[in-house]
Design a protein. Structure first.
Length: 172
């Protein structure tokens, strides 16, 4: 969320980018749009499109259900609605489409991926940006007891076609 960068730096960088390229939107990805105290609000004015990546699937092997404390519709829906309402800017949602990274040992099921996608669209997201890639390396590098984000990450056992098909289905 850029918490280590002074907002003035981000705004200045965005201004330079706009001077150099007026054809492409400036985006930033924020993982605290679901928290009222999230730092994203300090940077939102600098960008044209906000990306919200709220990852509700934990390391638990259980399905994500309200009864076990996981509420995809509330977490993602409320976050996207609040982001759009607060900024008046387009918000693209970044569905969790990976496992074995960021403390998450289980990737979402196909159904959970669909719920995340459709919930975000219903809540006002104008695009989806799935965070995953096809990967054949089954042993991710570990640095200081943390899975290193490198060529092996993030991973999904589902074909990327699933996600391209989901996006095509939503926007055709």
């Amino acid at each position: 969320d850029g918490g280590d960068y002074p907002p003035a730096y981000v705004h200045a960088a965005a201004q330079i980018i706009r001077e150099l390229d007026q054809k492409h939107p400036i985006t930033a990805c924020f993982d605290t749009t679901n928290r009222p105290d999230g730092t994203w609000q300090r940077y939102a004015d600098a960008v044209d499109v906000l990306l919200a990546d709220i990852y509700p699937i934990s390391g638990s092997s259980e399905a994500c259900l309200r009864s076990n404390g996981c509420d995809i519709s509330k977490d993602i829906g409320d976050s996207v609605r609040a982001t759009v309402t607060h900024t008046g800017k387009p918000c693209w949602f970044v569905p969790q489409a990976f496992g074995n990274q960021e403390g998450v040992q289980r990737e979402p099921s196909r159904g959970e991926a669909r719920v995340m996608s459709y919930t975000s669209i219903i809540a006002g997201a104008t695009g989806l940006y799935f965070f995953t890639k096809e990967d054949t390396d089954k042993t991710p590098p570990v640095v200081l007891d943390y899975v290193h984000v490198g060529s092996a990450q993030p991973r999904s056992s589902y074909s990327p076609l699933l996600y391209r098909t989901a996006a095509r289905t939503l926007f055709v």
